[in-house]
Design a protein around this ligand. Structure first.
Ligand SMILES: [Zn+2]
Length: 397
């Protein structure tokens, strides 16, 4: 699936060579190639992503195995598995607790003045109060020719660990340098979608955008605001993921009533931490019809027990629930495209490939095998828009 296996091996071995240029790595590369050609899995042929001592490695494997109570079970009815797994996930993330605590709270949207751009859309900086005193800014991009008689698809695109994230995605650049850096990586994904006729909501991601950071006074949490967000949340029985999904759901509640938006055609994407948020939102909220988590969708941990994602993406006890295979399975029968960069050093291609095969099997059980795919971009940790648009178009049809 996704990219062809020869390309995969080629890229992987090139990565290996550039990391450790010596004879032994060359021999390992040749040996891996031989194993691979004999039909062994990429996982078998691959080098470890990290190395731990035996005692630590065994300890991590033992404690991180978890109960996996909601691991996908083909012997159960698909819908029964999905309903139970989704319900348990909503509780596990702390989102259920948030829902209860905020049951009487009415989120409020404050619309900004639409600014004409040189582009084919207008851009307004708006905000939504998603819980008392928490104002999440977002850009609303509207194609200039949009009209209520012909509502447009929506792209919801939360960003990752980039303090200027919403401005980057919306193409609202702070200066020439910002513009250059974002455009070099085709990171203005919201502006690109608006040019293609989408209404776009590009929100700040809580704990990651400059506007909605949790400060870390005295650097107690490693001078990392997103880690401070995790620690404060855990103390309160919630997680950054729950807070971020909550914010996305408040935005969806508002957006699906917007006269220019077709609520049946909602796509969501984000790179890195924005992709993690895309994965959780799509797993939990069935209003997302097409989900494209970019450079983010992987198993919780490598075969050695290394945890791939940032602290702020942690769901305590997730391995007692399942893994990202189940998270992907919760998107079926809707559409899930996993995109990665072949040279993204944060992720491990064989782990991703194996996960995508498992997710394909879950989609197969749901009767929609072709509603999920894995695609590889040719460089690093960034968007690969050319891989995304055809999948979005097909999924929103
Ligand atoms: Zn983080």
């Amino acid at each position: 699936m996704g990219r062809n296996m020869n390309n995969f091996f080629h890229t992987f071995s090139v990565r290996t060579f550039t990391r450790t240029i010596n004879i032994s790595s060359l021999m390992i590369g040749i040996f891996s190639h031989l194993l691979f050609c004999q039909g062994l899995s990429a996982q078998d042929a691959a080098q470890p992503f990290v190395t731990y001592s035996n005692s630590i490695g065994n300890y991590l494997k033992r404690i991180q195995q978890g109960k996996q109570t909601h691991a996908f079970d083909p012997s159960l009815g698909f819908e029964e598995w999905q309903t139970k797994a989704r319900k348990a996930l909503i509780k596990l993330t702390g989102l259920k607790k948030l829902e209860k605590e905020l049951a009487g709270f009415m989120p409020k949207v404050k619309l900004g003045e639409p600014k004409k751009t040189e582009d084919s859309f207008t851009r307004s900086l708006c905000s939504i109060e998603t819980e008392p005193g928490i104002f999440v800014p977002f850009y609303l991009l509207v194609p200039k020719d949009a009209e209520p008689t012909k509502p447009r698809p929506l792209l919801l695109c939360p960003h990752g660990h980039d303090k200027l994230g919403l401005h980057s995605y919306a193409g609202a650049f702070k200066d020439e340098k910002h513009k250059r850096e974002v455009l070099k990586k085709e990171g203005d994904i919201g502006a690109q979608a608006a040019r293609r006729g989408f209404v776009v909501v590009a929100p700040a991601t809580r704990g990651l955008a400059e506007e909605v950071l949790i400060p870390d006074p005295k650097g107690r949490h490693g001078n990392r605001p997103c880690r401070a967000q995790l620690i404060h949340g855990l103390l309160a029985g919630r997680t950054p993921i729950a807070e971020r999904v909550w914010d996305m759901q408040c935005l969806l509640d508002w957006a699906e009533k917007h006269p220019l938006i077709d609520p049946k055609r909602i796509a969501m994407t984000g790179n890195s931490g924005g992709g993690v948020l895309t994965a959780y939102t799509a797993a939990i909220d069935t209003r997302i019809r097409v989900a494209i988590p970019s450079c983010s969708f992987t198993s919780v941990m490598s075969a050695e027990g290394f945890i791939f994602h940032c602290d702020c993406c942690l769901i305590p006890k997730l391995r007692d629930w399942g893994d990202w295979k189940e998270l992907g399975g919760l998107v079926a029968p809707r559409h899930l495209l996993i995109v990665h960069g072949a040279d993204d050093s944060l992720h491990h291609p064989p782990t991703v490939e194996k996960l995508a095969v498992n997710i394909g099997n879950i989609f197969q059980a749901a009767g929609v095998r072709n509603h999920t795919a894995l695609k590889w971009g040719s460089s690093g940790h960034r968007f690969y828009p050319q891989k995304m648009w055809p999948f979005i178009k097909k999924g929103l049809k």
